[in-house]
Design a protein around this ligand. Structure first.
Ligand SMILES: C[S@@+](CC[C@H](N)C(=O)[O-])C[C@H]1O[C@@H](n2cnc3c(N)ncnc32)[C@H](O)[C@@H]1O
Length: 229
């Protein structure tokens, strides 16, 4: 899959962001600011090089996505992550992208992360507590939960932005239902190679879908299937 640089020559968060801007993956000042403010180095397991443009293992048979994928998803969702909006991150993993969402929608907004591995949810909360998004966890505008993300998180729906960080065989109906009219979902759909789909809910409730790019994500599946590998 796409890789914008290889090896660990880039060894600082700021350098990573500048490189993503230079390559044209980060196009907006807002996305650059957020990725500079949330240090990816706080979210990868100890001993893992944080700024290499590649997915990295985080245990439980899953990965933290590559920096260029995080940047791509932030760009695609930027308009729906304005201050005061609602965001749902399904398969929140390390909490890195969820923390970026929380910073973008701010304390007047609401950000929910959902992952089905309780240990990942606990460690993601520890990561977030060390990051610039910590005050949002404290004030309750940002929370991360254990759950089956295929069901979304109906308690806080509808959402302006939904991101799914694992590949679904098809777009789960509950996630479409939890998208606000005018809202946008970004979700990888398929099996081994997947389409990164951008799903827009129009004001009349109808859905428009296009494919942004080809990607390779771990599956959105049951906890048991994931742990069995
Ligand atoms: C690529 S990984 C992590 C993505 C995250 N954006 C990151 O970069 O840290 C995908 C995540 O989806 C989670 N996942 C897979 N199926 C799930 C499901 N049905 N419900 C909730 N989480 C799920 C995995 O546990 C994993 O943490």
């Amino acid at each position: 899959m796409q890789q914008y640089w290889s090896g660990s020559a880039i060894n600082k968060n700021k350098g990573m962001v500048e490189h993503l801007q230079h390559c044209g993956v980060i196009k907006s000042t807002k996305v650059a600011e957020v990725m500079e403010t949330i240090d990816r180095g706080l979210f990868v397991p100890k001993g893992t090089p944080p700024y290499v443009d590649s997915p990295m293992a985080i245990g439980y048979n899953v990965t933290i996505s590559a920096p260029h994928m995080h940047a791509t998803c932030l760009q695609l969702l930027e308009e729906k992550l304005q201050p005061g909006m609602r965001a749902l991150d399904v398969g929140s993993g390390t909490g890195y992208l969820t923390a970026c969402f929380a910073l973008m929608v701010g304390p007047q907004g609401h950000t929910i992360g959902v992952d089905h591995i309780p240990e990942l949810v606990s460690s993601s909360i520890e990561n977030i507590e060390k990051s610039a998004a910590a005050p949002l966890l404290k004030d309750g505008s940002f929370s991360v939960h254990v759950g089956d993300g295929r069901e979304g998180w109906p308690e806080c729906a509808p959402y302006d932005a939904i991101h799914v960080g694992a590949a679904a065989p098809e777009i789960p109906e509950p996630l479409i239902n939890q998208l606000k009219p005018g809202g946008r979902m970004v979700i990888p759909v398929g099996n081994i190679l997947q389409d990164l789909k951008v799903v827009d809910k129009n004001s009349d409730g109808s859905i428009s879908v296009y494919t942004e790019t080809l990607v390779r994500y771990v599956p959105l599946t049951s906890k048991e299937a994931q742990l069995q590998g």
